[in-house]
Ligand binder design. Structure first.
Ligand code: TEU
Ligand code: CA
Length: 546
């Protein structure tokens, strides 16, 4: 690739598919690969450039596929390798690349490597995982906690040692310090790349350099060494995109992953902007109120940190997070307006925007009333732990209704038919009853829909280099209800203004932001001018090119 052409993934709009909840082709209640293929025309029409496909590998599904028992096969409930190859080919025909989810911090405990590893202390593959002797009192080697609650160590009676699992006990951590393990991973990655995948989204990649005996998990001492080795052994010379999931990423260390000379990844997912409303002690199960000024501070900080080098990934949601419109907008009174506002301000920032399935027509949080409706291993583990600790079940459920991962995992609402067009059978998780009003078919018919707005944004990104490359300048940083910024390239300016609130607002516009130009996009009709005083409707957002 020459230095003057920007890589394709900078002007692409990405779309995440969580296969279990996307589209079920055979009525077993579980989304599958043929279901995805049947929606490729829809995604092409939306303007998607690449799909981040959450795991489809063979798995006992303790964590819906983030627990892999065979890295080179497809889970039977999702289809076959032939189906997968057909997906690649059909997507390619439509100009869409498929980016695989690479889950290599851990495997399933049912992976043959782990079965061999746990068989005896002398096993060849013992060192593929992280085993430690018990502490003197027979308890875990140290007090590391799992991200899913409880100790990160499980005792294996037959060999008398503990194994590490930073997630569920069915997700034992792989030992990256073992070169034999690393070369197995490189071999597997090359096998997928040679098959034609467009790159990888790398699950919790910031955990692979851990130093467990010093209690270091994220951002460990050998992280970047391993990523550089990965780059040399698998990624180098290929026209692909890579995005690392890195909860520990900071503006300071982000360039280590994705800087011009880093030879590691294209970009990382950082999570500062989506996790700043969590309680210090009870975490996301006890959310704090939304604070726009703090959110803007974070977004602006990342825009400026990666302004010259590196690249941002832009997202409000994913399969681990609540629905964007429920979290940051108003899903009751201004669902359409606020969803369009959120899309506008995110997609016109500098970076690659990621749409999470269903976001493009404004799907909302689940609103479950009973703990039995929740299926997510993290939610269920924390329910048990926090209720045992004295939290009232209804308080936990209230928190879960805001932040449980299941909010993003209810089936995609394709139509108002029974089963929401997702399945003709019994869905694996309850469908949101609002599918009769909120569904893709309705949105596709309506030229003023959220879907039409996302489509417009994806098109603008293809047409206007300013959106891809323009310099970012924040405005009105201390304003409690306005999010505004401008973008600049070759004498062109893009001005973006949003009212992030359900009340109308009269704004005294700072002189530098007053422009007259071409109306580009807006959710109350487009505007072509910003004067000294601006009257904004609830959740109004618009962009002007001048
Ligand atoms: O997520 C990593 C992760 O840290 C989240 O589980 C996070 O802790 C949680 O959602 C915030 O409360 C990745 C995957 O995206 C997730 O689906 C997997 O469960 C996890 O890794 C383990 O593979
Ligand atoms: Ca199915």
């Amino acid at each position: 690739m020459s230095e003057t052409t920007a890589p394709w993934w900078k002007s692409a709009t990405a779309y995440q598919i969580y296969p279990r909840s996307f589209c079920d082709s055979n009525g077993d209640g579980i989304g599958d690969i043929p279901g995805i293929i049947s929606k490729l025309d829809y995604l092409a029409e939306l303007g998607v450039g690449f799909i981040w496909l959450s795991p489809v590998y063979r798995s006992p599904m303790a964590d819906n596929g983030y627990d892999i028992s065979d890295y080179q096969d497809i889970a039977p409930e999702f289809g076959t390798l032939d189906d997968f190859d057909r997906l690649l080919a059909e997507a390619r025909q439509r100009g869409i690349r498929i980016v695989m989810d690479l889950v290599v911090n851990h495997s399933s405990d049912e992976h043959p490597w782990f079965i061999e590893s746990r068989a005896s202390r002398e096993a060849d593959k013992r060192d593929f995982y992280i085993w430690r002797d018990p502490a003197e009192d027979g308890g875990p080697p140290n007090d590391l906690q799992s991200f899913f609650g409880g100790p990160a160590w499980t005792f294996d009676a037959s060999t008398g040692q503990y194994y590490l699992h930073l997630f569920d006990r069915k997700q034992p951590d792989l030992n990256w310090d073992n070169p034999a393990l690393r070369s197995e991973i490189w071999r597997m990655m090359n096998w997928w790349l040679d098959r034609g995948v467009g790159g990888f989204r790398m699950d919790v990649i910031d955990l692979i350099g851990k130093d467990i005996d010093r209690g270091i998990t994220a951002d460990g001492p050998r992280l970047h060494e391993y990523l550089q080795e990965m780059h040399r052994e698998t990624l180098a010379g290929r026209d692909i995109v890579t995005v690392g999931e890195a909860w520990s990423a900071t503006p300071e260390n982000a360039l280590l992953y994705s800087g011009r000379d880093s030879r590691e990844l294209s970009m990382v997912f950082q999570f500062e902007h989506v996790s700043q409303q969590w309680d210090e002690k009870l975490g996301k199960w006890k959310p704090r109120p939304f604070d726009l000024v703090a959110l803007k501070r974070t977004l602006n900080k990342w825009q400026s940190a990666l302004a010259q080098d590196g690249w941002n990934s832009l997202f409000w949601g994913n399969h681990d997070l609540p629905r964007a419109v429920s979290k940051y907008g108003d899903d009751t009174h201004y669902r359409v307006e606020s969803a369009k506002m959120l899309a506008t301000v995110l997609h016109l920032m500098k970076g690659t925007p990621y749409i999470y399935q269903g976001e493009e027509f404004g799907m909302t949080n689940a609103a479950f009333t009973d703990i039995d409706q929740f299926k997510d291993v993290e939610t269920l583990n924390f329910y048990r732990l926090q209720v045992a600790d004295g939290v009232a079940p209804e308080d936990f459920i209230a928190g879960a209704n805001e932040n449980s991962r299941d909010n993003a995992r209810t089936p995609v609402q394709w139509s108002d038919a029974p089963g929401a067009g997702f399945t003709t059978g019994e869905p694996w998780i309850d469908i949101n009853p609002n599918y009769t009003d909120i569904n893709a078919e309705q949105a596709r018919r309506d030229p003023a829909s959220i879907y039409a707005h996302y489509r417009h944004l994806a098109q603008l990104r293809k047409d206007l280099p300013l959106i891809v490359d323009g310099e970012y300048r924040p405005w009105l940083e201390a304003h409690p209800q306005i999010l505004a910024y401008s973008r600049h390239l070759d004498g062109q300016t893009l001005s973006v203004v949003a009212n992030v609130g359900s009340t109308p607002l009269q704004l005294d516009v700072p002189p530098g932001l007053q422009v007259r130009g071409q109306a580009l996009i807006g959710n109350y009709g487009a505007r072509a001018q910003i004067g000294a005083v601006l009257d904004l409707a609830p959740y109004e957002a618009f962009a002007i090119l001048s």
